[in-house]
Write a protein that binds this ligand. Structure first.
Ligand code: PLP
Length: 390
């Protein structure tokens, strides 16, 4: 079949073979992103874990596991998906404030690398379940460093108001407690301050907090074997093509320069969005173009059930009309079909004059897109297709 490429290199024949809406994944970009991470961290005492919740598509996570990264998981379902994708249990960490017994047991059974523990009750239950199973649980304590990541209030996680982690004030007692539990092996400390962080300052602040803690514990004769600084590195939603790969170099360098690790201490990263965000595009079709009260609406067959970020956080995504080759533009609100007034992808956006049947691309949708899809309104889940299959 002759390929019909639109101006941004997208093979338009795909939309004749698969029902819209669907996610299109650029697997070459994903590979280039993984190569960049592996290149920058080669030989350093650190390991990078992929936060599966950003995108748990089986094909995507298999690719990430074959590149050698570990993974960060937040549910029993994610542990199962990660095992199926070939991630090694010793390279798995399990985070989350509300781990249930079966999820903890699943992790213990597979002897995962680390439980990121968020409270004393959780620590005690893990110790108890590990004892019953004759296992030792490897654990890091999640610390709330009370740092404002200057990101959207719904995705900041490291301030005193958030539900996550153990406060710095109570940490020394919790460390002491953990070291006395017979089925717990305390490996280190875990931090995660938020998501879509685009300035290095919050990370510099985090390094200072960690350095102080490491000094404090060192004076009490405690040196941890690992420090986990979480994830949160942002992507450029405004320029998905010019900044397709985030600035990992500056990110890793920031920790290299500001964090004073002790000899033999391993540094762990847990990156989600920055690994998969730019490789995914949501492809939709225009159902109707409608005009009311002097406003023009482009109504898509994709909605908040396929990509909830605009409705949930007011998030910005670049939107392109792939059917159009330029010409005059028009101002539109671009909306979905779901019966909720927040089902809006963008307001007052300039697009080439758009009509029914046109193919629309919503860019930078690889992270927290497909993995947050729902069946609200009894809509089918979005499909997916990969560039290597086209
Ligand atoms: C969500 C999450 C991450 C990944 O966050 P990104 O912003 O996608 O990089 C890392 N660690 C923990 C504990 C998380 O909950």
């Amino acid at each position: 079949m002759a390929r019909r490429m639109n101006q941004s290199g997208f093979d338009m024949s795909i939309v004749e073979r698969i029902t819209t809406p669907f996610y299109y994944y650029d697997m070459d970009l994903l590979q280039a992103t993984l190569d960049q991470i592996n290149h920058l961290t080669a030989g350093l005492p650190c390991c990078v874990h992929y936060a599966l919740k950003a995108n748990s598509n089986a094909h995507i996570i298999s690719k990430i596991s074959s590149s050698g990264l570990g993974c960060d998981l937040v549910s029993g379902g994610e542990i199962k998906a990660a095992l199926e994708a070939g991630f090694l249990p010793q390279q798995m960490t399990f985070s989350g404030v509300g781990k249930t017994d079966w999820e903890i047991e699943l992790g213990l059974n597979h002897e995962i690398g680390c439980f990121n523990v968020e409270s004393v009750p959780e620590l005690d239950i893990i110790n108890q379940l590990a004892g019953t199973m004759g296992k030792t649980a490897r654990v890091a304590l999640r610390v709330n460093p009370d740092i404002d990541a200057h990101t959207h209030k719904f995705i900041t996680t490291g301030t005193a108001n958030d539900k996550f982690g153990i406060s710095i004030e109570s940490l020394p007692l919790v460390v002491k407690h953990a070291r006395h539990l017979s089925n717990i092996h305390l490996r280190g400390l875990h931090f995660h301050i938020g998501s879509q962080i685009t300035s290095m300052q919050p990370y510099v602040d985090l390094c200072k907090v960690i350095n102080n803690l490491l000094d404090h514990f060192h004076q009490s004769g405690i040196d941890f074997e690992m420090i986990n600084v979480g994830g949160g590195l942002g992507i450029d939603y405004l320029h998905p093509d010019t900044n397709a790969i985030p600035d990992f170099k500056t990110y890793f360098k920031t920790f290299g320069e500001h964090l004073k690790l002790r000899p033999n201490q391993m540094l762990h990263f847990e990156l989600g969005r920055s690994i998969v965000g730019q490789c995914g595009t949501l492809i939709a079709r225009v159902v109707f173009v409608k005009e009311t009260c002097g406003k023009k609406f482009v109504i898509l067959d994709a909605g908040m059930t396929d990509l909830i970020r605009p409705a949930l956080y007011g998030a910005y995504h670049e939107i392109q009309n792939l059917s159009s080759s330029g010409g005059p533009t028009e101002t539109y609100d671009i909306v979905g079909p779901v019966c909720e007034s927040t089902d809006v992808f963008a307001r007052a956006r300039q697009l080439p004059v758009t009509s029914r049947g046109d193919i629309i691309a919503i860019r930078s949708a690889g992270a927290y897109g497909e993995s947050m899809a729902s069946r609200y309104n009894m809509r089918p889940l979005p499909g997916c297709i990969f560039s290597s299959e086209t």
